[in-house]
Design a protein around this ligand. Structure first.
Ligand SMILES: [Zn+2]
Length: 413
């Protein structure tokens, strides 16, 4: 029987992904990730930190893309601390922002050893409630409240905290397994008790310190659904994220679609289309500078490769003998053509002739020399910004949205 409640994806690559040690994305690369996620039909991208000054132009430029329906219908959500001050700064720096997640720690460990007497259990709830009410007053359309370290939080306190968030106007609670210490059994039990008490949709935010991240995310989401609420799973492209990472977006989607016992239940947000998965994951790998492991689910080089006699013979006779899902569904199967002769790349010192050659190959025509020169100038800036050859998708983005690109590249410390 089809489920009335759904599992939606809130991808946090542009927030948890980029706050990770050694992982960087330029503002153009973050924008491209938003474009790919939107094409994939993802519910929301947590697109950055509205209180961080170097994000301001990028955030506002992406909000403009949303307003112009270039990034649509995906929501763009900002992450901030659950304080009135951060909410005020957010709406000052990014006035058109509509979707927010406000975060505060809820475990004894963090209240005692992180806040060090600055806040106690009661003032954590008070601070969060004031921040939520302020965000509502300033026009937030949706608000998630993040209980940082929820998995180590006393359950009675977590319930009290969540009820206060609901009363203040929050739409969802983000259950954060910040340390990745939950198991599929504990997270299922805890979210069940929590949702029964608070009757609110739940976001499940898990980390992979025990290698359980996808299993925990699914288990937590199913617990919410069984209590009659929608669930939102936080993911990252290629499983990036703090330390051992967050839940890999493709693995989560495949698990909800093809996990034994889930068939016919239609848990997954029906807007999601995996066709862009291959292109998006390859792009993210290039942008991060982190190769995709050959055994990565769905996307790794070996995900549909067979060599041993019995497996190769079986897969050739009928793909279902050894393949759970089809490579075509993930947008795989086309040969990748690599130019081995002369190549003209577009870079920060490119000239107009080489540049025209690059764009002619992409079948982009310019109205006149002035327009071509303007786009070339932006492409040079993009290269200063990315410090590696631009991809075709990036070049197309700049040619199609030169004014937005200009805002993205503008940074004034
Ligand atoms: Zn996290």
């Amino acid at each position: 029987m089809s489920s009335k409640n759904k599992i939606y994806i809130i991808d946090v690559t542009n927030r948890d992904g980029v706050q990770t040690s050694r992982i960087c994305l330029s503002k153009l690369e973050k924008t491209m990730i938003n474009m790919y996620l939107n094409e994939m039909g993802i519910f929301q991208s947590e697109f950055g930190f509205p209180v961080t000054r170097h994000e301001t132009n990028y955030l506002n430029a992406n909000l403009e893309l949303a307003k112009n329906k270039v990034i649509f219908p995906m929501r763009l959500g900002g992450w901030l601390r659950a304080t009135r001050e951060d909410v005020l700064t957010t709406f000052k720096l990014a006035p058109d922002i509509k979707h927010l997640n406000l975060s505060i720690s809820t475990s004894d460990q963090m209240i005692i050893h992180k806040f060090k007497g600055k806040l106690d259990h009661a003032s954590v709830i008070q601070e969060m409630s004031e921040a939520v009410a302020e965000a509502r007053r300033l026009g937030a359309v949706s608000i998630g409240v993040n209980a940082e370290d929820a998995s180590r939080t006393n359950l009675d306190y977590l319930i009290e905290f969540s009820q206060a968030a609901k009363k203040a106007g929050a739409d969802r609670i983000r259950y954060c397994d910040t340390l990745g210490c939950d198991t599929p059994f504990t997270i299922y039990e805890r979210i069940k008790k929590l949702v029964k008490a608070i009757k609110m949709p739940i976001e499940v935010h898990c980390h992979n310190d025990l290698g359980l991240v996808v299993a925990n995310s699914i288990s937590g989401a199913i617990a919410a659904i069984e209590c009659g609420e929608d669930a939102y799973i936080n993911t990252c492209v290629n499983g990036m994220g703090e330390r051992a990472g967050n839940a890999d977006i493709v693995s989560v989607i495949l698990a909800i679609k093809y996990g034994e016992g889930f068939k016919g239940k239609d848990f997954l947000d029906e807007k999601i289309d995996l066709k862009v998965a291959w292109r998006m994951c390859k792009y993210a790998s290039y942008a991060f500078g982190v190769p995709i492991p050959i055994n990565q689910p769905g996307i790794g080089a070996n995900a549909f490769a067979h060599e041993s006699g019995i497996h190769a013979d079986g897969a050739l006779k009928d793909r279902r003998n050894y393949e759970l899902y089809d490579f075509e569904e993930l947008g795989r199967g086309e040969a990748e053509i690599v130019d081995t002769g002369r190549q003209i790349t577009a870079g920060e010192y490119s000239g107009i002739k080489g540049f025209r050659n690059v764009f002619e190959k992409l079948e982009i025509e310019f109205k006149n020399d002035k327009e071509a020169a303007e786009v070339l100038d932006l492409v040079r800036y993009a290269n200063v910004h990315n410090q590696k050859p631009l991809t075709q998708a990036e070049l197309l983005f700049i040619a199609r949205h030169p004014d937005i690109a200009r805002k993205i590249f503008t940074m004034t410390p």
